[in-house]
Design a protein around this ligand. Structure first.
Ligand SMILES: C[S@@+](CC[C@H](N)C(=O)[O-])C[C@H]1O[C@@H](n2cnc3c(N)ncnc32)[C@H](O)[C@@H]1O
Length: 309
């Protein structure tokens, strides 16, 4: 594997530290460790007593972060697990938690290495964050019924051509199993105009990746279970990259911070919620134009933060 230097530009790093680190000697969870760029920034803003616990579903990312943050290794505990499962992996000395960060989605390294997440190079159609998990993107495109495929491309990829795309996949797989990113790319290409091709392919890849990794359910579960671990006054910061993710975070903060005025289907939460949240600001923060210029990957980022009260 190449050096991971080129992947180190933690998105909205200054804002993450500003809103997350309120107790410099606390224990923080970086739920989406990736290359460890945010973890490093957080550690640099803690006192000698402060520590960080890094989770990632992808062991290749944890290895990359370990190499990146070797100098501060004794301050970091690595857990190969989902952030939505972290509560089951912590030991008593790992609590209480002062704050957690979720920098959602996929890292540049996962996109650019041969992990089958994108259509730029030909690789097995995989898209699993965790190579030990069962379901691959190839399983989905070869086995899921037509209506299920249509739902995935419509809901997770927000593609208006979801129906015809699903039909084309079902027809193609009758001829031969779809095993590679280029095989799928060839099926998808005719559905997008030339100037929209890259965007369309990226949306299709996003849809499959979300389905393979159960991403939206993990966000819902992870937010609740990690907030449960926070000490009173503890904080969380979430950076999201598309509206499906951001909507979940926004609704979560809203549902757990309001005293009244929730839609009828959420009224029940007001009575049963086990903690309350205080948003740290109202509208989601976005990166500065200078950050976007330096790191185009940041352009769709939205940051939200709240404290447990
Ligand atoms: C955008 S990257 C994080 C980049 C990181 N903040 C950095 O500075 O390098 C997202 C990471 O989250 C991981 N991931 C996705 N879903 C996860 C989950 N449910 N639990 C833990 N890690 C997850 C991915 O494998 C990926 O490494």
């Amino acid at each position: 594997m190449e050096t991971n230097e080129k992947y180190h530009q933690p998105v909205m790093g200054g804002e993450v530290v500003e809103y997350l680190v309120h107790d410099p000697s606390g224990i923080y969870i970086d739920g989406t460790c990736g290359n460890g760029g945010h973890s490093r920034l957080i550690i640099e803003n803690l006192s000698d007593r402060g520590r960080i616990i890094c989770c990632d579903l992808d062991p290749r990312m944890l290895e990359s972060a370990k190499r990146r943050n070797m100098e501060v290794a004794e301050r970091i505990k690595y857990l190969h697990c989902g952030y939505h499962q972290a509560a089951d992996h912590l030991e008593s000395e790992d609590r209480p938690i002062a704050g957690f960060l979720l920098d959602l989605g996929i890292s540049s390294m996962q996109l650019q290495e041969g992990y089958g997440f994108a259509f730029m190079t030909d690789n097995p159609l995989d898209m699993r964050f965790d190579p030990e998990s069962d379901l691959t993107a190839a399983d989905i495109v070869n086995q899921y019924p037509l209506q299920e495929l249509k739902k995935i491309f419509k809901e997770y990829g927000e593609l208006s051509q979801a129906g015809p795309i699903a039909h084309a996949i079902v027809n193609a797989r009758k001829e031969s199993r779809i095993e590679t990113t280029f095989q799928l790319r060839d099926i998808l290409t005719s559905f997008f105009k030339k100037d929209r091709l890259n965007k369309g392919l990226a949306q299709a890849a996003q849809a499959l990746r979300i389905a393979v990794n159960n991403e939206l359910e993990n966000i819902k579960k992870g937010l609740r279970s990690l907030t449960g671990l926070l000490q009173s006054g503890g904080r969380f910061v979430v950076v999201s990259y598309h509206s499906l993710e951001d909507r979940i975070v926004k609704n979560y903060i809203r549902t757990y911070s309001r005293e009244s005025g929730l839609p009828p289907d959420l009224e029940e939460v007001l009575e049963t919620r086990e903690f309350r949240l205080q948003p740290l600001f109202k509208k989601a923060l976005t990166p500065t134009s200078q950050e976007i210029e330096n790191n185009p990957r940041a352009r769709s980022a939205k940051l939200r933060a709240a404290a447990k009260v």
